[in-house]
Design a protein around this ligand. Sequence first.
Ligand SMILES: Nc1ncnc2c1ncn2[C@@H]1O[C@H](COP(=O)(O)OP(=O)(O)O[C@H]2O[C@H](CO)[C@@H](O)[C@H](O)[C@H]2O)[C@@H](O)[C@H]1O
Length: 765
Amino acid sequence: MASIGSVSTIARSKIELLPSATPLQPRLTLIGFQGRKLSSCVRDGSKLGFSVALSGEPVWGVSPNLVQWRGGWRQHWKSRCRAVKGEDGDQAGDALEATMQKSKKVLEMQENLLQQISERRKLVSSIKDSIITEEGAASYDENDTIKNSIITEENTASYDENENSLSDHDLASTGTSGVASYEKIDFSFSNLDHASSSSDDVDGAYPSGALSKQFQKSNYEEPTKASSVNVDGELDGAPKEEDVKPPPLAGVNVMNIILIAAECAPWCKTGGLGDVAGALPKALARRGHRVMVVVPRYGNYAELNHTGVRKTYMVQGQVWTMVLSFSFTLLGYQLHQSIEVTFYHAYIDGVDFIFIDSHVFHHLENNIYGGQRLDILKRMALFCKAAVEVPWHVPCGGVCYGDGNLVFIANDWHTALLPVYLKAYYRDQGLMKYTRSVLVIHNIAHQGRGPPEDFSYMDLPDHYRDLFMLYDPVGGDHFNIFAAGLKAADRIVTVSHGYAWELKTSEGGWGLHHTINENDWKLRGIVNGIDTKEWSPQYDAHLNSDGYVNYSLETLQTGKPQCKAALQKELGLPVRNDVPLIGFIGRLDNQKGVDLIAEAVPWMMGQNVQLVMLGSGRPDLEQLLRQFESQHSGKIRGWVGFSVKTAHRITAGADILLMPSRFEPCGLNQLYAMNYGTIPVVHAVGGLRDTVQPFDPYNETGLGWTFGRAEAGNLINALGNCLVTYREYKKSWEGLQRRGMSQDLSWDHAAQNYEEVLVAAKYQW
Ligand SMILES: Nc1ncnc2c1ncn2[C@@H]1O[C@H](COP(=O)(O)OP(=O)(O)O[C@H]2O[C@H](CO)[C@@H](O)[C@H](O)[C@H]2O)[C@@H](O)[C@H]1O
């Protein structure tokens, strides 16, 4: 027998000798140490949990960290037991089985305990609520709290219903939703001008020259570490483990999952895709799956360790054409470039993050989709070729994932080649027989289009050409990577039900609607969740300095106004609690409807409001933001650049978030806003329609305001209703905030839905 500590060290050194591409089961029988058998599940050579068989006697070691892996490892143990049982006799197998049962019981007891603790906490906080109410400290009465929790339950129920009925999503019928429901309230826009002090007051309060000089510090900031003292005097930093109720485990569905994406927060992010790649895998890991994220290494990220694995992949180089003058023959030559990639690893929150390093990804940290079209194409081809082999070559915690019981989740066109390579290079050759792929559509507007000749860069057999070819009424015959990925993937997911419906229409499919319709049988809409650790007003690391504070449902009435004042101060705007502060955050392109805001700005400026816009992208739209600020310096701030910190602070400090997107597959900012008690005003389209139920003043239900057509007049109408409520119906406003904050927007629900899709893919032939 050996002690747990010493064996883990031995295991680490021996594991490196393993043949990396061997599938899981055979590899376990290959491990040996000084003539003894050593079978191990060692993560980073340390403490997770492992079985050791010395002189044929199996011994189990379990460390506290194992709890994080729960179902995943339990499942893995079971199969390990079976393997050991077969080799060492039934007796040893029985002993293992018994030990396994015991640890199972311990885990169950622990889960029960956690459940009880979280219920106690809820009880304590509800008692706290009622004490505050009695004292009159909060203007919100107990009945409202109860009513809200009922409303929240109702919302959840109807939301689930939506999931099952895509046919309900008739976009044509969205025309007046949200606006019509407001008939009862007596108001007129002309009154709004006089609702508070005059706009001149606002302008005059701060010299325009001060503007946002201090605000415009840098255009890219690294996320800071969470640790602060909150208003209750408790140490903040991250949600306490016991506050987080663990989701149900995947049980028999447990599998190996590899998500690949071109960006991943917090390391590299240009938009919502980065957020999803950073958060969904953690939720899947919490269900017990073994989960990996594969992403290019654009910069020197501190957390990473070199795995020592190096591989070389061929990528098609330049096509050289040569005209031979004497025969007029045109010859084409393909240059094959062989590019070396290396692999870096980090293990965070139960997820293996693998970063693929190559010179082609360097110097792109702040411009990850930059460069010539062909350069991007070749970068993504290299990335996908390397990513598909990661489960063979890159050991995580000493053990490769292997290709059995494995599903890849590819995201958007950048990684749509992975399902194609999986099929063409491996499955067609009888390899990776039990590996499947799911392709997620975050935005169909970007497809990896090019002329038909681009196929030559794909390095695929000629009979794959048709998969990429598409006829487009505007561009004619062309090459389309997204189309090929959608056809080759075993399942397709998109990020809301509304968008799943829109994708099938000629307006929403961006030329791929036929492809989507043909593959409708494998398409499913799953609404994104949010990372409740990163985007929670209670734990937000960006709210613990410069006058900002963390706040929760209990401290909303004091915390949020404090954040608003801090934001106004930071932006150089008049610090006025009575003036509604409207926010916009997003990529500046046609999708986000910045032009609609531009049309509405003159009206807004007559409403005694403040407006802050954060974004980067199209130069003309960036210029527009600057112009707004210089024309209305006392009321508008236009931050051009990418600042995660400012995005968090706007979400916390603003009263209202504008999202007039022309199309929006899901949208995350409205979800973040609701979680921070900031009220969304959105165009009822795609995921915005799915997630923002319009406010109904008769029944005091709903979460924000929606408008049915992407037109400035409709935006003005909805925002006008919103402003009236803000100013004149304080209680309704607070109800909206509390309902938004009380929702369960976490990834856990979405992860369960993803799991269903992954299981369906797994059994797909
Ligand atoms: N200038 C800036 N500075 C700092 N942060 C900024 C920023 N501009 C944007 N962001 C951040 O980027 C993210 C944007 O996410 P969205 O989902 O709203 O849009 P995006 O169109 O990028 O994502 C696509 O993918 C996601 C994920 O599936 C879908 O929700 C969405 O509808 C689809 O268009 C948010 O976290 C936001 O705070």
